[in-house]
Structures are given as structure tokens and as C-alpha cells.
Design a protein around this ligand. Structure first.
Ligand SMILES: Cc1ncc(COP(=O)(O)O)c(C=O)c1O
Length: 365
């Protein structure tokens, strides 16, 4: 058996949709992007969605639209993908690293509060692995201190917090459509917002700051989404609920069958819909195998695993010692003990049974 840790699901409908765009000759940003943006905004329950060419571009453009720049600091979780923090640096601002909750792996509101200083302008919460962060608590802190709240929803298409979808939970939402995400456009991203002025500024920033043809009123970027990407995205958006339901089904199977193997299975906070971009377990202290040995034993049985993420962002060489912040011990602990198991929609019940058997077999090893 061969079970990869991730597998994009591209079918004939996506291929036909791209072929139609290619035959039309309208390859770059155009009406298909506009259609995808309005369908995605409707799906999220938000007024505006602006298509871009990566999740990193989405974060960078969102921060620029919020006028974050040199002299400002932005609070981000230490336990996330690098781009959550690097987008802040790309604006000339300073990321400051909050620790995360040991059960949800998401940004810890107490740690955020402790980091707020006069130069703090915004907080980026990440819905890590598909589970919304504690939006209510972080939102309250932001409202009290006049901070902008950005949700990094790169891993959370269709996730919900108190019955509202990711992308509608903050001032700005940022998505990635990288091939392994819950839905894809090849490469791509989306910024969502309910604020008309932010949406207008975003449209300017992602297109060279061009207010009309060859008239540039700001320094902007070429972050435009292509019609080809949007054509894939429209088909994938129709399939997203099915994908997410299968991810949730797979996660529940693992939740039911992994207890007793010594692994710590994911915790789901009340009031959220977790869409399992990743199914992340922890190897607790005293587990009989090292993480490397655990992963290679599963690899020997054809089961792909991965570590998301082995180094907290505050410990990356480019950030080490940069901010002088207190350490983030929970993030350190998670980085040393987490492993992701296959949960993507292509994993079958038979494969899930095989994974659980394999893990059970390792216990006594
Ligand atoms: C949490 C998070 N933020 C941002 C990004 C950046 O997205 P992209 O790879 O599309 O630039 C990713 C994707 O890898 C991510 O997982």
C-alpha cells in the first residue's frame, strides 16, 4: 500500500475548464477571476474577495492595505508556516511572536495580550491545520486596543467559528490555493474583507497601484490571479464541501481508532468546524519510538507522514534574536513532538484501517 501525506484532486472538470480558458485566449486576469471572486465571497459570507497569485501575496497585500509599515509591529503565532510572519517583514514591519495553546495549537490570547505595545498595529491569527483560532477572545483584545485583526485562513477553506465561515471572521482574511490545500487553483490566493475601502485599496495594490490604465497612484505589485487558476478554483469550490466532509470523516475514523496507540489525537474546541487540512498527532513523552523512528517505520509500510512544523518561526535563522521576545515554550514543545498523518479526501476507509493497524503495531516496538 502507498498512502501519500497529501494529494491534490484534479479531475476532468478542472482540465476542461482550463482548456476552455486557453481556447478563449483570455489567459490573464479577467471575467473568470471576477466570477470566482464573487462565488468565493458568497461562500465565505463576506462582501468582497480579491483573487491573488499566492497565499503569501494575500497576506502581504492585506497588511499593505491596512497600512502596516516600518515602525509597526504585528503579533503572529510562533507555531505556523513561515509566510504568516515573513509577510509582516515584507512590509518593513516587525513580527512579534505569540505562543500557542497546547491543545488547539492556535494562537494563545493571553500571549497576544502580553505582547501588545504602543507600536502594535495588528494581530494575525492562523486557523492552523483547519481549526479556527479563538477569534472571540482575540477580537475583543483587538477591539479594546484599536488593532486590526487578520485571519490567516490558508489552511481553512470552509472552516467555521460560531457558525460563521473563515474569511468572514476578521477585518481581512487570507487564503492560499496551493495544490495541497483543501482546494486549489494550482498556485493562488484570495483576500476577503467586509470593508469597501480596504477592498478598493487591495485591488490597487495587487495591480501595480494602477488606478486606471498606466496611471499609478501607489507602489503596488503584480499579484494578479489568472483566468486559468480561477477556472480551476470555480470547479474546486463546487467540490469543496465534499472534500471537507471526507476530511472530517477520515479524521473521525482516526479519532475513534487511534486511542490506545499512545498518540495524542487532535483536540477540537467547542463551537468550531475543523476542516482538517492536516491531522496532527503528538508523540507524548515516554512514547517508545523517537519521531524519526516513528516516521520511518510508517514509511517502510508505505504510509506518508510529515512534520508541520519542525522549527517555530521565532527560531528560524532569519528571526532568531531579532525581536528579543520571550520564548514560546509551547511552540518549542509542539515542534519537537507533532506528526501529521494522511487525512486528505483520497484516503479510503481501508487505508485508514491500515494506518491505524500500523500505528498500533509500533507501540510495543
Ligand atoms: C498558514 C499559512 N499561511 C500562509 C501560507 C502561504 O501560502 P502560499 O504557499 O500560497 O504562498 C501557507 C501555505 O503554505 C500557510 O499554510
Amino acid at each position: 500500500m502507498k498512502i501519500p501525506i497529501a494529494q491534490p484532486l484534479i479531475g476532468e472538470d478542472e482540465i476542461a475548464a482550463v482548456a476552455r480558458v486557453m481556447r478563449s485566449g483570455m489567459l490573464a486576469q479577467g471575467s473568470i477571476v471576477t466570477e470566482f471572486e464573487s462565488r468565493f465571497a458568497e461562500y465565505c459570507g463576506v462582501a468582497h474577495a480579491i483573487g491573488v497569485n499566492s497565499g503569501t501575496a494575500a497576506l502581504h497585500a492585506a497588511l499593505l492595505a491596512a497600512e502596516i509599515g516600518p515602525g509597526d509591529s504585528v503579533i503572529v503565532p510562533a507555531f505556523t508556516f513561515f509566510a504568516t510572519a515573513s509577510a509582516v517583514s515584507m512590509c518593513g514591519a516587525t513580527p512579534r511572536f505569540a505562543d500557542v495553546d497546547p491543545r488547539t495549537f492556535n494562537i494563545d490570547p493571553d500571549s497576544v495580550e502580553a505582547l501588545i505595545r504602543p507600536d502594535t498595529r495588528a494581530v494575525i491569527g492562523v486557523h492552523l491545520f483547519g481549526q479556527p483560532f479563538d477569534v472571540g477572545a482575540v477580537r475583543d483584545l483587538c477591539d479594546d486596543r484599536g488593532l486590526i485583526l487578520i485571519e490567516d485562513a490558508a489552511q481553512a477553506h470552509g472552516a467555521e467559528y460560531r457558525e460563521k465561515r473563515a474569511g468572514s471572521l476578521a477585518d481581512l482574511g487570507c487564503f492560499s490555493f496551493y495544490p495541497t490545500k483543501n482546494m486549489t487553483t494550482g498556485e493562488g490566493g484570495m483576500v476577503t474583507t467586509g470593508d469597501d475601502a480596504l477592498a478598493e485599496r487591495l485591488r490597487l495594490l495587487i495591480n501595480h497601484g494602477q488606478s486606471r490604465k498606466y496611471l499609478h497612484s501607489a507602489i503596488g505589485y503584480n499579484y494578479r490571479m489568472t483566468n486559468m487558476g480561477a477556472a480551476i478554483g470555480l470547479v474546486q469550490l463546487d467540490r469543496l464541501e465534499g472534500f471537507n466532509e471526507r476530511r472530517i470523516h477520515n479524521a473521525r475514523y482516526l479519532d475513534r481508532h487511534l486511542p490506545g496507540t499512545g498518540l495524542v489525537t487532535p483536540y477540537v474546541a467547542p463551537g468550531v468546524r475543523h476542516v482538517y487540512h492536516q491531522y496532527v498527532v503528538r508523540l507524548p513523552a515516554g512514547y517508545p519510538l523517537t519521531r524519526d523512528a516513528f516516521m520511518s517505520a510508517l514509511a517502510d509500510r508505505g504510509i506518508g507522514t510529515a512534520v508541520h512544523y519542525p522549527i517555530p518561526v521565532n527560531r528560524q535563522p532569519v528571526y532568531q534574536n531579532a525581536s528579543g521576545d520571550a520564548s514560546c515554550p509551547v511552540s518549542d514543545d509542539l515542534a519537537a513532538s507533532v506528526v501529521s498523518l494522511p487525512v486528505h479526501p483520497s484516503v479510503t476507509d481501508e487505508e485508514l484501517a491500515y494506518i491505524c493497524d500500523a500505528v498500533r503495531g509500533l507501540r510495543g516496538a
